[in-house]
Design a protein around this ligand. Sequence first.
Ligand SMILES: [Zn+2]
Ligand SMILES: [Zn+2]
Length: 125
Amino acid sequence: MKAIKRLFLILLALVAMMLTACGNESTDTSGDTVIGDGGHSHSYGERQLQSPENTPCEERIYFQVCGECKEVKWLQGTEKDHKWSTETVAPTCGGEGYDLYTCSSCGKEKKATMFPTIFSIIPGR
Ligand SMILES: [Zn+2]
Ligand SMILES: [Zn+2]
């Protein structure tokens, strides 16, 4: 019985440690103010692109440098970094119409909002 109680306490301690570890983790991804080792708040500059220009936005690697201690922080891009501009392509006899989204940052394209072909709009008899 004693052994079980000890095991329980160890488990409890482990859970507590895990919780504390999670609490310490920075959930702040915008990263404007992070307290550094020197006791100052890092003031990171502009996000700078490390990857080649043609890398899709969500795979890009960026870095920011603290203006004070020159510490470098690495960031990965996300889907949200795409800057979509929309172009509507009208349906033709041969094909569907769609909204064509083009990212002005990385050139990635995606199609959305498919319109049926003209054939299927006009009931063919
Ligand atoms: Zn700093
Ligand atoms: Zn993009």
